[in-house]
Design a protein. Structure first.
Lengths: 417, 284
């Protein structure tokens, strides 16, 4: 036998192996080319701006742009002693422009976040600076308020000099960098974002739980009923699923208002007195009720598709072997539905944690989530870098859950309707 | 699901409790939608059931708010409806084309890096809308498409394609590839094969993906809130403004129309799903 095995040739005389590889490669490229248009469109218009948010979130040029001369003058100040007249003069000139253009409020907000007590002295300076005379600005500014003579406040300004910082991320978890440069928590009474994060998690968790508790029995019923009944009942699940989110939220706003049907009903059955109608909207209760109803179909559908595949003979076998219906359910049926439970819960949790519309409309002050805060900073305070930072923190959480979802369920196993 | 005759009484009771609880959940799911119908025919300006309505007095019902919706002065709904349909139709066409083509590639067993690419294509469905909104707004503002129809259509294509990709890949999973090979062996070029053989077979999946994309676009408010100017107002934006400022019965008339529309879409989607299951059953 020769050491060389004879190569199988195609009709063109090319070895089969080579020809096969070539075709494989061609098919690969063909498949990839089909995906290309969408992939590149998404990368350009969607993924890259999300990555761009990373830069926006560390972009801290707002203060730098407001006080250009000051930062220039501060470059060779070591921060040990009170700044020189040159820095005071630069600061006065920068600040005068801001006051003239009526933009000084924003600086006050920003600086007060950096160091408490800045807002009042900046405001006082804004009033007094009109009467300032040429020259000797150091003394004039220090005479406005004694805090202007404290080196801490000038150090706080210098700390805002770099154009990029992670300060917004710290702000998002109620922390800040103090004068010594160490990271500490803000005072107890000013910790608003921590409450918001916890509330978002809490609402997402309980909405998922309520959805699960409600969806499990009806998914079971739908999966075990004969086709002609279950198709009819399925409409009850699918109609809300296809109906506009705003329409469903509107119907809850009508139902939950003080003179609404739910309150009428509670009064009628005598649980509450007519003059003590509970407030069920513009608070957490409203968010809970509306979000549970809106997200319920997303729990029912994955559960249903798993339960549909479980053969009823398994339960019958369990019962015939002496298990009570409860034991048979707990030992046989429930473990088989766990993939559906995982899929449904993760889906609802992901959707709930980033919900915006419904909490904004029925949540009031105590029922809003982190998304509402992001929108608020995008639209009202225009602090886009903070909005981006919060958004990315939320996104990290969601992607982590998405990753788990992908591991457990497989992203290509998502079923719709 | 009738109980067998030999069921013991206490399990019978449990069974009825279970049915009752299921009934409650179904009621919770569907009842809120039906509150809107009667109130949209209200004669009064308030969003509560008047005494007349409770007595089913015909005088207590009217088409007043429907007239207001269509003929009302300084009425935003006409423009909003026109914009909504325009945007949704083009967004659907874009999503369907991009999504179907991508799904064809993804379903090929030669596709490299399938997992990561699939995850990327589906991501707009998973990422919270508010973050998508911020990101897309930054992009559209940079390329100068904010407050234009094109910008909103592109944004909705981004949101709509995952649905098309999912439904079409699902349909293709049961697809018998020997029919396309048969077509090629009979001398058909790939485009012809796709149009004459593949497309008709996967059409139910394509259309149901398109319906999802249409509804997503038609109902989308978060991104439009960021992107829309005064000329691009849509039905969801008008409803959003109305719900935030004052709840007028006109909104309920619009809502009723939307529920009718979604019922039609539901029926279409269900028929398609059954047809698609039938076709898949045959091809197996």
């Amino acid at each position: 036998m020769s050491s060389e095995t004879q190569k199988i040739l195609t009709t063109d005389g090319i070895p089969l192996e080579v020809s096969l590889k070539k075709t494989e490669k061609k098919n690969k490229i063909k498949a990839f080319l089909l995906v290309c248009p969408l992939l590149f469109f998404l990368l350009l218009a969607y993924i890259s701006p999300i990555v761009g948010m990373l830069f926006t979130s560390v972009d801290d040029r707002m203060v730098t742009n407001m006080l250009p001369k000051t930062f220039k003058a501060m470059e060779d100040w070591d921060g040990k002693d009170l700044p020189s007249e040159k820095i005071f003069e630069a600061f006065y000139k920068d600040y005068k422009i801001l006051v003239d253009e009526n933009r000084h409020g924003k600086l006050a907000t920003q600086m007060n976040y950096e160091k408490n007590g800045f807002k009042s002295i900046l405001k006082k300076l804004a009033r007094k600076q009109k009467k300032f005379e040429e020259g000797n600005y150091k003394e004039q500014i220090m005479s406005v308020h004694k805090r202007w003579g404290q080196v801490d406040y000038w150090r706080a300004i210098k700390r805002r000099a770099p154009s990029y910082s992670y300060i917004k991320y710290l702000k998002g978890v109620d922390m800040y960098q103090n004068e010594e440069g160490s990271i500490v928590q803000v005072p107890e009474d000013r910790r608003i974002y921590k409450i918001l994060w916890l509330r978002t998690l809490e609402i997402a968790f309980f909405v998922t739980l309520f959805c699960f508790l409600m969806a499990y029995p009806i998914a079971h019923l739908l999966a075990t009923l004969p086709m002609k009944y279950s198709n009819l009942l399925m409409i009850c699940v699918l109609l809300p699923f296809w109906t506009s989110l705003l329409v469903r939220t509107a119907s809850w706003m009508i139902l939950l208002q003080q003179q609404g049907l739910v309150n009428d009903f509670l009064v009628w059955i005598g649980i509450v007195a007519d003059d003590h109608r509970p407030v069920m909207m513009y608070n957490k209760i409203g968010t809970y009720i509306a979000m549970t109803q809106i997200l319920l179909p997303f729990m029912v559908l994955p559960l249903y598709s798993v339960m549909k595949t479980i053969s009823p003979s398994l339960m019958r076998a369990g019962k015939s072997l002496g298990g009570t219906p409860f034991v048979a359910f707990w030992k046989i049926y429930f473990p088989l539905t766990i993939p559906g439970i995982g899929a449904g819960c993760l889906l609802v949790f992901i959707l709930a944690i980033g919900y915006y519309i419904t909490p904004e409309l029925v949540g009031g002050a105590s029922g809003t989530l982190i998304s509402n805060q992001i929108a608020y900073h995008m639209k009202h305070t225009l602090d886009w870098s903070f909005a981006s930072a919060m958004g990315l923190m939320l996104l990290t959480g969601v992607l982590a859950i998405y990753w788990v979802y992908n591991k457990l369920v497989g992203i290509d196993n998502i079923k719709l309707g | 699901m009738a109980l067998p005759k030999y069921t013991e009484p206490h399990y019978r009771i449990w069974h009825y409790i279970y049915l009752f609880l299921c009934g409650c959940v179904f009621f919770f799911l569907i009842a809120p939608l039906f509150v809107i119908f009667p109130l949209s025919f209200n004669t009064e300006e308030f969003l509560v059931f008047t005494e007349g309505m409770k007595r089913l007095d015909p005088d207590a019902f009217s088409l007043r708010w429907y007239k207001d919706m269509i003929y009302g002065t300084k009425n935003p709904w006409g423009l909003a409806a026109k914009n909504s349909f325009f945007i949704a139709i083009f967004a659907t066409i874009g999503s369907v084309i991009l999504g179907t083509v991508a799904a064809l590639g993804l379903s090929s067993r030669h596709m490299p890096y399938k997992g990561i690419i699939m995850a990327t294509l589906i991501s707009p469905m998973i990422v919270p809308l508010i973050i998508s909104g911020v990101a897309i707004f930054f992009f559209m503002a940079k390329v100068g498409l904010a407050a234009t129809h094109i910008g909103i259509i592109l944004a909705h294509i981004i949101l709509g394609t995952p649905f098309v990709v999912i439904t079409v890949t699902a349909t293709l999973s049961g697809f018998d590839h020997s029919v396309t090979r048969a077509a090629s062996s009979l001398g058909s070029d790939p485009v012809n094969t796709f149009m004459k053989i593949t497309l008709p077979l996967i059409l139910p999946g394509v259309i149901s993906g398109g319906l999802f994309a249409f509804v997503t676009s038609f109902d989308e408010v978060v991104i439009v809130l960021f992107l829309a100017g005064l000329d691009n107002t849509t039905i969801p934006i008008q409803m959003w403004t109305g719900l935030r400022e004052q709840l007028s019965p006109t909104i309920l008339s619009v809502a009723t129309c939307l529920i009718v529309l979604s019922t039609l879409i539901l029926v279409a989607a269900e028929l398609l799903r059954r047809r698609s299951e039938r076709i898949r059953g045959i091809s197996r």
